[in-house]
Design a protein. Structure first.
Length: 79
């Protein structure tokens, strides 16, 4: 059913674990004050949006207390 498989040398995989590069990456550039302020504002905007949607959506999720009483139309109140 399965064909005869050729042996694959995995020595290169073992060597890859031991390989160390002598090239160091350049140091990270520090964020400017404007970039940091922009990140904070973006984070605050996202948090405010989530909190606002929770505050606005919570009353819609609470059970309605008038749903327990049978509803009567205004026409049935006329005598």
């Amino acid at each position: 059913m399965f064909g005869r498989r050729e042996p694959v040398p995995f020595a290169f995989v073992a060597e890859a674990d031991r390989f160390r590069s002598n090239v160091t990456p350049p140091p990270r550039e520090r964020s400017s004050l404007g970039q940091m302020a922009g990140r904070w504002l973006l984070g605050l905007t996202i948090v405010a949006g989530l909190v606002g949607s929770l505050v606005i959506g919570t009353p819609a999720l609470t059970p309605d207390k008038t749903a327990d009483q049978p509803q009567q139309s205004q026409a049935s109140e006329r005598r």
